[in-house]
Design a binder for this molecule. Sequence first.
Ligand code: PLP
Length: 456
Amino acid sequence: MASTTNHIHENTHHNGSTISHIPKKPKLSSSSSSSSPITPSEIDSEFDHHDPAVARINNGSFGCCPASIIAEQQRWQLKYLRQPDSFYFNDLKTGILRSRTIIKGLVNADHVDQISIVDNATTAAAIVLQHTAWAFREGRFQKGDVVLMLHYAYGAVKKSMEAYVTRAGGKVIEVPLPFPVNSNDEIISEFRKALERGNSDGKRVRLAVIDHVTSMPCVIIPVKELIKICRDEGVEQVFVDAAHSIGCTDVDMKEIGADFYTSNLHKWFFCPPSIAFLYSRSHSKGSDLHHPVVSHEYGNGLAVESAWIGTRDYSSQLVVPAALEFVNRFEGGIEGIKKRNHDAVVEMGNMLAEAWGTHLGSPPHMCASMVMVGLPACLGVASDSDALKLRTHLRDGFGVEVPMYFRPLRDGEVGLVTGYARISHQVYNKVDDYYKFRDAVNQLVQSGFTCALLSD
Ligand SMILES: Cc1ncc(COP(=O)(O)O)c(C=O)c1O
């Protein structure tokens, strides 16, 4: 293993040449921005590559990227293509360090070495769970020891649990969560019960994987409270899968207190696909946390390993300063955007629920820039497949893009809502997007449509 410290290494290429360029201290808030405030027509032109035929109320799945940031990304790509060696030796590492420094400030981490940039939350989960798998294989964790995760964990993360944890001998316990959900206490109480199960029969919960904002159905999870419980009950490590968080909900590493925390920047922070950060509380090189793609920097600490995983396009990792500049053109910067998105999505959710005689899936304080809205029961959403078919039908037949969730009826329940839509709000959305969705559903209801009429 290399013996250089991260600091030294970051200013030194693997061929030993030194970079003279030290990153500037980023300006994190809008008040310090030198750009002029963005106008409504500038917002429209930043997003005029969006398909005008589609009411895009699904920022949650893939995010969005304004034209000015796409242009910045293309400048980086061309810089590389013009003179790759110069880009590699003079620009890449300082550029990535500049992005990491901005992220460190945005999430209130202690040290820039706690912040690694990776492709996406899926990669971050692979890094953490591979680390856990090694602990089982090398005998630091005992066969049958437990890793806890929420029932609503993201599907790909559940697969990673299977691939890394279960296969290495760990036992995965899911925390069942109620939906619709009414309070944090409901979540906390289920979490405590699952933790008790995990710590029984001589087993120990070694790792808890907790979402910050669950994907489907979407709910803000009281991560700070759950992590405190984990600490009190002796859970060794906590990984927060916060794929949606930065730009969507509050992200403060010192307050949250996780061991590992990841968020995408391509969902709610206007970066192009793909970029996420992975925070690791311990950033010593001895932490044995590694990128799954091994290259020249293996052993130099995760942040440095992740900054060179072979020849590829790194441009999305280099536009974080431009993304920060973009958000700072809005009143209140990213905090202002978050608040306005939250207020708007709750207002639109209530408007839809009222029009359809249904309800929201959680109280407003338990959602950020996305909210679940009940669909009219007469649409007959009776399976996951129905939810997907209805989504496709709305896209193809009505020009509405919105993900759907099937919530099965429990024993004794009759006539309840079984289909929910997850609506998002981002700066480009207009009230008409939501009216279009409302009217499409009303038209389906009036025509006597049910999901049973849709073929596979
Ligand atoms: C909770 C959660 N985890 C992980 C992911 C995966 O994110 P990505 O596809 O960017 O890796 C998502 C994506 O929506 C998510 O919602």
